[in-house]
Design a protein around this ligand. Structure first.
Ligand code: ADP
Ligand code: ZN
Length: 724
């Protein structure tokens, strides 16, 4: 018997499989979709069996070493999905399969997950037989043990202390041992306080239920009750004996939502959390596969959960960047959800208070169904947004916190209400700069200035992680005139502590949340009112629901408008609206203060009015004028080279080829990528603006097949890229 195996190796030809012989004693274990261990050169690799090979072979084949799995890990459905993904992203098939599986089931990870079992006991004879044994035996202990089983079917072995008597009862055939797989995560229990849905919520659910579209956009302001709508739709889906997937941007930041789902659905929820251990993830995967969990919540990769009959796929905060994977395969969770929706005849529901321009446009023109929740539940008002012009504030000598924000914070502290402050930049200062010669400290491997972190007294590159001790003397001119420019959350925290000595202040950013569970700790502590002020980066902006927050302040709120990216307006609008939505979620009247340098920018003006529609109308004009999505699609071709010159030459060659092959599309570049050098690689970028993907795919496949990539030279294809 011969089999074709797909392994993860960097051999020029994409998706090439290798044929191996199967020793006769292993033949019975062979099944497509299982993993095998094979010799490869002088290495041993793991790979997936993708076919039984019946072709005659005239060269000598090597034998496989072993079959890893008892049960196949890739099902026919997963093979099909992997092929689809590979085709739309141009990623190697093996990357697609690996991405779909939890770590424990990927090939070549050499991870041994222990399956934990727990031993139980049950009666092995009829109740009559047992009763007559109880009558006849003289042993009090044996009587006591057997009596336990008269009204309980299963008892954990660990619960019975008298092991010697137990052993006798098993030997006599009165009791038997049973083994059950034990999961690492504790069971969740229902703890539901049922809400009565509002008329608006019921209408949305009704429209979704009877509608005939495949995909729906639920556009609902923050706090309008979208989460309750999701749970109700899933209730109905479970009644039909179908399962549901709920995608969230990032689990650690959405634990409040997860808890609400667990309270509502108890142990039917499986959570695929990126910070679970490999064993825990494997257990959740198995619970889903066995049908024990019917609702899967997780980040984008949860879309691959092995559900048999999906009834609905919900994507919360559908506009978030995290639904796009940045490394190969560069897939978007939306596309996978749409594919699965078709396969399972399941509807896809996208939810957001600030939809992406693409989704909103599709909903407006009727490609997606459009559902809307216009007001907050219980008529709570959206917060009042005040704009503070920092040019003016700086003139008065307020550099970090404006007078207006300081006054508002004091007021809320007096009222014992809580405050959130967003500054979307971590570290102490943006960078250090020599006042006498102008020297700045760049990362030696990347084309970017390093950020100063005061707590560790280090300068760090936020791209590659390179860090070096801060110095006092300029390496160029040897004077002691280094000054920090700009500021991040660390400095903001220092400033707040200085100004509000009695306030309890906590910071949440990448630097304070490196440990497992640290997000939840901060969120819970703030939620329990152990702190007065929570400050942080965009991490604090999303999804959180604190009932006592009545003021949100945003520092440098319009900074991100300067990023050279056609989506910078959209992203800024989304972030500011999201964080504003954290204020005044209950009966407290919420207040928001945005500190900006461009108070007249339409993004700032429309955030102030909570007017997504107005923002959309302005933004769409710009997109149309400059021909950007949703008026076209964008593909990026990144040429990544160790050598500066060669990188440019090849980029030019590729760009010329694309221009020739795709005369009906716009081909731009090569340009230097926004961050030109990362980790010692130079990065050039070509862009294609297109309408017809088939044609572009064909051409890019030619590029892919033509160039041999290696250690010094790579080409990355990215459809609908987030970074340029
Ligand atoms: P969103 O997901 O749109 O931000 P949520 O579903 O979190 O909104 O709802 C906001 C708040 O209103 C939550 O505290 C939620 O429990 C509450 N809520 C939602 N729907 C109802 C309802 N029908 N009756 C009472 N409270 C509700
Ligand atoms: Zn670096």
């Amino acid at each position: 018997m011969k089999i074709d195996v797909l392994v993860e190796v960097n051999v020029g030809t994409q998706d090439q499989t290798f044929t191996y012989l199967v020793p006769s004693e292993l033949e019975s274990k062979i099944e497509i979709g299982k993993r095998v261990k094979v010799p490869f050169g002088n290495r041993k690799l793991e790979g997936f069996i993708v076919a039984i090979n019946n072709q005659p072979q005239d060269y000598e084949l090597k034998e496989i070493i072993s079959v890893i799995d008892e049960q196949k890990v890739l099902t026919p459905e997963m093979f099909a999905l992997g092929k689809y993904m590979s085709n739309i992203t141009l990623a190697p098939l093996i990357h697609c399969y690996q991405t779909m599986l939890p770590t424990a089931l990927k090939a070549n990870r050499n991870i041994n997950i222990k399956i934990k079992t727990k031993t139980y006991l049950s009666l092995n004879k009829s109740k009559e037989d047992v009763l007559s044994y109880i009558e006849s035996t003289k042993s009090k202990i044996q009587k006591d043990i057997l009596n336990l089983f008269l009204d309980k079917d299963l008892i954990a072995k660990s619960d019975i202390i008298k092991k010697a008597s137990l052993k006798i009862l098993i030997e006599k055939g009165l009791l038997k041992e049973l083994y059950q797989e034990e999961y690492r995560l504790p069971e969740a229990f229902k703890n539901s306080n049922q809400v009565n849905l509002t008329i608006d919520q019921l209408k949305v659910i009704e429209d979704f239920q009877i509608g005939i579209k495949d995909i729906y956009l639920l556009y609902g302001v923050t706090g309008s009750g979208k989460t309750e709508v999701y749970m109700n739709i899933i209730d109905r889906c479970l009644e039909e004996k179908k399962q549901a997937i709920v995608l969230v941007p990032e689990i650690a930041l959405t634990m409040q939502l997860v808890n609400r789902f667990q309270n509502h659905f108890g142990n039917k929820v499986a959570i695929l959390h990126s910070r679970l251990s490999d064993g825990e993830k494997y257990d959740e995967w198995r619970r889903i596969e066995r049908g024990e969990a019917e609702i899967v919540i997780g980040p984008r990769s949860a879309v691959f959960a092995p559900l048999k009959d999906i009834g609905v796929i919900i994507i919360d905060e559908e506009h978030e960047n995290s639904y796009k994977q940045e490394n190969s395969p560069r897939y978007h969770a939306h596309d996978i959800a749409f594919y699965l929706g078709k396969k399972h005849h399941a509807k896809v529901l996208l939810g957001s208070a600030t939809p992406s321009l693409e989704s909103y446009t599709k909903a407006k023109v009727g490609i997606y169904g459009f559902l809307e929740l216009k007001t907050r539940v219980n008529n709570h008002q959206l917060p009042q947004v005040k704009i503070v012009d920092m040019k003016e504030s700086m003139r008065q000598g307020y550099r970090i916190l404006s007078k207006e924000l300081i006054t508002a914070i004091k007021d809320k502290l007096n009222k014992k209400e809580q405050i959130m402050i967003l500054l979307n930049r971590r570290g102490y200062s943006n960078y250090l700069n020599c006042q006498s010669c102008g020297h700045t400290f760049k990362c030696p491997a990347c084309d970017i200035t390093m950020t100063y972190h005061k707590t560790s007294d280090m300068m760090r590159c936020h791209y590659c992680g390179y860090a070096t001790k801060k110095i006092d003397v300029c390496p160029e001119c040897k004077t002691k005139s280094l000054r920090s420019i700009g500021f991040g959350t660390e400095k903001l925290e220092e400033e707040l502590k200085k100004l509000f000595e009695d306030a309890k202040i906590i910071r949440m950013d990448l630097d304070t949340t490196t440990q497992k569970g640290s997000h939840s700790k901060i969120i819970n502590a703030f939620s329990n009112r152990e702190y007065d002020i929570l400050l942080g980066t965009q991490m604090i902006a999303k999804g959180l629901d604190f009932d006592n927050v009545s003021l949100v302040g945003v520092i440098n709120a319009d900074n991100s408008l300067d990023i050279p990216d056609f989506r910078s307006g959209e992203k800024t609008f989304q972030l500011l609206s999201q964080v504003a939505g954290r204020s005044g979620r209950t009966s407290l009247q919420g207040e928001v203060i945005l500190q900006v340098f461009n108070p007249d920018h339409y993004v700032i003006e429309t955030v102030k009015e909570h007017d997504y529609e107005a923002f959309y109308r302005q933004e769409i004009i710009m997109r149309k004028k400059l021909n950007y999505p949703p008026f076209c699609f964008i593909a990026s071709i990144k040429i990544i080279s160790k050598e500066y010159e060669k990188g440019f030459k090849l980029s030019k060659e590729i760009s010329d080829f694309l221009k020739k092959e795709l005369p009906n599309n716009t081909v731009l570049g090569p340009t230097m990528a926004n961050i030109f050098k990362i980790n010692n690689y130079y990065r050039y970028n070509c862009l294609i603006k297109y309408k017809n993907k088939e044609e572009v795919l064909e051409t890019l496949k030619k590029v892919q097949n033509h160039y041999q990539t290696n250690q010094n030279f790579k080409i990355e294809f990215d459809f609908n890229p987030i970074h340029f």
